[in-house]
Design a protein around this ligand. Structure first.
Ligand code: PHE
Length: 312
């Protein structure tokens, strides 16, 4: 099956959402989840739309990998840009046999289960969990039991007829799946902090062997995080994801996690107060308490004018 690295990051609302049957009110269409360039263009939030291009060009099956962009919370496992590997397998309807959908479903499950065994070893326990994607039915997630917890490793499903018939030249039936690659890497290589993957140092890459999937990553910074809280009254202008984006852009090397720890509306004047806890931990160097205080002061000064909040 061909593997194609697809670098068409810029996409459209029509391609990424409309043609994949995302409901007009689907959360992914909101500005707080997706990076919009304008009303028409956006940074692709998934690679599924690109798969349809390849079907339309005559591919019946293909693997695609590339960067996708999602606005998200800041924590050790989320980063606004990550890589997905997606695959699609289609065949003309009659080639799936008399019970086409059932055979297609069986193909999906057996191939992806083999993938789980390849990645995690033959003793791995896995389970299928039903879920929802706007473009597949049924839709499933594959979870593996790994070091004491069930972890979701991929999403998949049988593509809606409307999609396969519209984009493939023939009457066809098929299934597709998608995996977040950083997440997988973090699980397999015991990488705790996702920011580590994005630091471009030879020391990071040198730790891994191309043929050995489960090398344990050794972080060189073992310091504890230092926390500072910031409380403020918010205004209509405040949008949480924009605030988190700002922190990540300006201080992503120093902040590993941000949590909303308190929120209430004053009965007196109807204003809403929020308190966020910032977890500071340097990615390149250990931060001292003094350095953290300095950064925290700058943040407190900047967010007032920028987000129309009043620090308490
Ligand atoms: N696009 C889905 C995701 O981003 C994964 C997926 C791909 C699901 C293909 C079904 C079919 O999580």
């Amino acid at each position: 099956m061909p593997l194609i690295i697809d670098n068409n990051f810029k996409s459209t609302v029509r391609k990424s959402f409309d043609q994949l049957f995302f409901h007009p009110k689907h959360q992914a269409r909101s500005k707080s989840d997706t990076y919009f360039i304008d009303n028409e263009f956006l940074m692709r939030p998934h690679i599924t739309a690109n798969e349809l291009d390849y079907l339309a060009r005559g591919y019946s099956q293909v693997l695609l990998a590339g960067r996708v962009f999602r606005r998200d919370q800041i924590d050790k496992t989320h980063f606004p840009m990550f890589h997905q590997l997606e695959g699609v397998v289609t065949r003309p309807g009659h080639l799936w046999g008399s019970d086409g959908v059932k055979n297609c479903y069986f193909d999906l499950k057996s191939i992806l289960e083999k993938l789980a065994v390849y990645l995690f070893g033959k003793d791995i326990q896995f389970r299928w969990v039903e879920t929802h994607f706007p473009y597949t039915y049924p839709s499933l997630e594959l979870e593996v039991y790994f070091r004491g917890a069930w972890l979701e490793i991929l999403g998949c499903g049988i593509l809606h007829d409307k999609i396969t018939t519209q984009h493939s030249k023939t009457d066809s039936l098929g299934w597709a799946f998608g995996i977040g690659l950083e997440r997988l890497l973090m699980i397999l290589n015991e990488i705790e902090d996702i920011r580590t993957i994005w630091i471009d140092t030879p020391q990071f890459l040198e730790q891994f062997d191309y043929y050995k999937l489960d090398t344990k990553f050794k972080a060189n910074l073992m310091s504890e995080s230092i926390t500072r809280d910031v409380s403020f009254w918010i205004s209509d202008r405040f949008e949480q994801n924009a605030f988190l984006d700002f922190l990540r852009e300006a201080f992503g090397d120093e902040i590993e996690d941000v949590k909303l720890i308190d929120q209430y509306v004053s009965q007196h004047n109807g204003h809403e107060s929020r308190c966020y806890r910032l977890f500071y931990r340097g990615i390149n160097a250990v931060l001292s308490e003094n350095e953290v205080n300095g950064i925290h002061d700058i943040i407190c000064q900047k967010i007032g004018p920028r987000f129309g909040v009043v620090i308490r």
